[in-house]
Design a protein around this ligand. Sequence first.
Ligand code: AMP
Length: 218
Amino acid sequence: MRVIFLGPPGVGKGTQADFVAEKYGIPKLSTGDLLRESVANGTSLGTEAKGYMNRGELVPDAVVIGLVEEKLGSPDCQKGFLLDGFPRTVTQADQLSTYLTSRGEALDQVVYFSLSKDEIVRRISGRRSCPDCKAVYHLESVPPKREGLCDSCEKALIQRSDDKPETIESRLAVYQEQTAPLIEYYKAQNILGELNGAGSVSTVQDRLVALLGQPRVE
Ligand code: AMP
């Protein structure tokens, strides 16, 4: 299964991507996670990406495309993959399509997560994560058992620098301008499925399984 998760920041793609990757036995590739890892490791790619990320802008296409193609070329992506947060521009989508076609592959489905702006802002501002195991919490809806500490590694939870209120608006504007056109792009290819991202994590999981179908037993 080759799937893309499309939608604005804070809509729940990352949380649901972990669920789908496990349930359907496919690797999850999150460009946001890969870029944050590069920043944390101080690689040259990370150094280049950091400023864009902190400003809530997109990292240049060439950088992200190179990163994704390298990962998609690995053996564990041969049978399928889930892309979370990529593509984010029409150029990225075109490049992905060229890359897959060159390998005789095609996308099965693009899941478009929709949610009201108020709820997106509420979710992003309350989001906290563990710097160690990357577990994600929400101050109100998914609080850790002990305030401010990760349930599994007990590290102090942090707020992503680009989740601060001053950056949220610019990320949403960037999404509208550069990523939202992909809704029509994939609709025209008849592979877009819309998913209502409102409600609890398990409610959205049920909707996702209804959309993607039960995993095939091999
Ligand atoms: P995310 O974790 O998906 O919200 O991504 C965090 C940040 O990483 C974004 O605001 C961008 O700066 C950068 N980023 C992630 N994915 C992409 C992409 N496909 N293209 C360009 N920049 C990206």
